[in-house]
Design a protein around this ligand. Structure first.
Ligand code: AMP
Ligand code: MG
Length: 491
């Protein structure tokens, strides 16, 4: 039995607004207890921002909560129902290995989902065991926290506990549970579920709930469902532009992994690109390259079209008219994306205002990077630091011409060279979670129980724009290898 005073001292302050949606959207579901939970990593800063006392979270009672052996006061645990298009095909999904504990009301007045991932079977588990392995949960922790530090909207990681139980994959692996924090887990797939399995009241309830939760200013909007589509489109366009600007490849942009909040979610087969190549794919199951780096913006548009379809009944009685309205919004996606991306690329090159020459400057650089197989992050870092000799293509005529064009363009703007360089420093990260560094940290943790490598990596990744000397060693790309880096889903 839990001592509830102990838990309240921790600072849990839960509400359960999602549980007040029509019951078709979830199944009440407690996490399945595990044998011997042990806290292996805790995000102290995130805990504090949630109003949770980090020291108390290390107590046995709190660790039991992270493990799903106990639930905090005020929790109403449930598994969410959702569907989605996976690699283009519609499927019924749902939280097969996750449970929403509740929504923490933070001291800053925010409402955030507290979800346990790897917490046991649910009615949506299908053939799965409902569990997660330690390596992939630590991987999600590292990459999501790196994304946060890069300023990219993302779900976050509060804690990982090991369960003391093995999960059976190709081999036996140590089991673990991740506590994920998200501004919500509402997905395009939640709407697809409502359309397919709910009635019109369910769909409306979900849309109103989404507006209330993420776009409260739209409540009094006469065309609020169309505005919802517009806002979600805008957030996704911005989000995907941010991924492109740091070389992040999500790897599994199925519609169930597209949030309405505009946060990056589901760190399965994702990875950062080293060498710039739009065709880069890391995921072992993405054999067609559907979710390749260069395809992400198109897939973003495709996913939003699936969202738009679900909203048609709410837009207008006349479905032809509704379709036209939705198409107008969706057809803006690529331009919206392009504008965000251009703005970001300009900043990466120290350019403040838009100019007719920008496109040729940006495309010119990218084509040299592609031709000379340049490292994406280090190219922008070298340009920022004016260490041109670090560029693989610095001695080419192409670069000399490009450099002249770029410098002339920079000198034409009103801002000083220092301001321009400052802008570049704010937009070109020195460190990203490079795959070989992530693997090294995971190996030490999973094979030897040594978390020091991961903690050092996390510390470096927490200030990606610092340009300090201790970051240098994390900038080295991996040794060239015959075997491309591969990532795995369903991990
Ligand atoms: P994901 O690839 O993580 O987006 O998961 C796709 C679907 O598979 C979701 O419905 C998950 O809940 C489900 N799933 C993934 N792994 C498991 C597992 N080990 N047990 C049960 N369901 C799972
Ligand atoms: Mg998913």
């Amino acid at each position: 039995m839990t001592n509830s005073n102990e838990i309240n001292k921790t600072g849990w302050n839960l509400d359960n607004s999602y549980a007040r949606l029509p019951e078709t959207f979830f199944s009440e579901q407690k996490p399945t207890p595990v044998r011997s939970p042990e806290l292996v990593i805790l995000n102290d800063q995130l805990a504090e921002s949630l109003g949770l006392e980090a020291e108390t979270l290390r107590n046995e009672e709190a660790v039991n909560i992270f493990a799903g052996n106990d639930v905090p006061e005020g929790a109403s645990p449930l598994a969410q129902a959702y569907a989605g298009h996976q690699f283009g095909h519609f499927t019924m999904l749902g939280d097969g290995r996750a449970v929403l504990i509740g929504e923490q009301m933070t001291p800053g007045g925010e409402r955030v989902d507290i979800q346990l991932k790897g917490s046991g079977r649910t009615p949506y588990s299908r053939g799965g065991d409902g569990r997660a392995a330690l390596g992939p949960m630590l991987r999600e922790y590292i990459i999501s926290e790196a994304m946060f530090a890069l300023g990219i909207p993302t779900t976050r990681s509060l804690a990982v506990v090991t369960t003391g139980e093995a999960v059976i994959r190709e081999t036996d692996l140590p089991g673990a549970i991740l506590t994920r924090v998200a501004s919500s887990h509402l997905r395009v797939g939640t709407f697809e579920y409502a359309t397919r399995f709910g009635d019109s009241k369910d769909l409306k309830a979900l849309a109103d709930y989404t507006i209330q939760r993420h776009f409260p200013s739209l409540k009094s909007d006469g065309q609020r469902y169309l505005s919802l589509l517009q806002e979600v489109t805008k957030r996704q366009a911005k989000l995907i532009s941010q991924w492109q600007l740091v070389g992040f490849i999500h790897g599994v942009m199925n519609t169930d992994n597209v949030t309405l909040s505009g946060e990056t979610i589901d760190y399965g087969p994702c990875a950062f690109m080293d060498t710039y190549d739009p065709e880069t794919v890391f995921s072992s199951i993405d054999v067609q390259g559907r979710y390749a780096y260069g395809n992400q913006p198109y897939i973003g548009g495709w996913n939003l079209a699936r969202f738009a379809e679900t909203l048609l009944p709410l837009l207008q009685d006349d479905q032809e008219e509704a379709l036209k309205l939705a198409q107008d919004v969706i057809s803006n996606f690529s331009e919206m994306f392009r504008n965000y991306w251009m703005e970001g690329m300009r900043a990466k090159l120290g350019l403040f205002e838009a100019d007719d020459q920008d496109e040729s400057i940006i495309e010119g650089l990218l084509s040299m990077m592609k031709k000379h197989q340049a490292d994406f992050t280090n190219t922008f870092r070298a340009l920022t630091m004016e260490n041109y000799e670090d560029l693989t293509f610095s001695s080419t005529d192409d670069f000399k011409k490009w450099y002249e064009l770029w410098q002339t363009r920079r000198s034409r703007q009103g801002e000083s060279h220092e301001d321009s360089q400052q802008l570049m420093r704010k937009h070109n990260p020195v460190v990203i979670p490079r795959n070989h560094r992530v693997e090294e940290a995971l190996d030490a943790a999973v094979e030897n129980g040594d978390y020091s490598v991961m903690k050092r990596l996390l510390a470096v990744l927490s200030s990606p724009f610092a340009y300090t000397e201790d970051q240098e060693e994390y900038c080295t790309p991996p040794e060239p290898s015959d075997r491309p880096y591969r990532t795995y889903c369903g991990t």
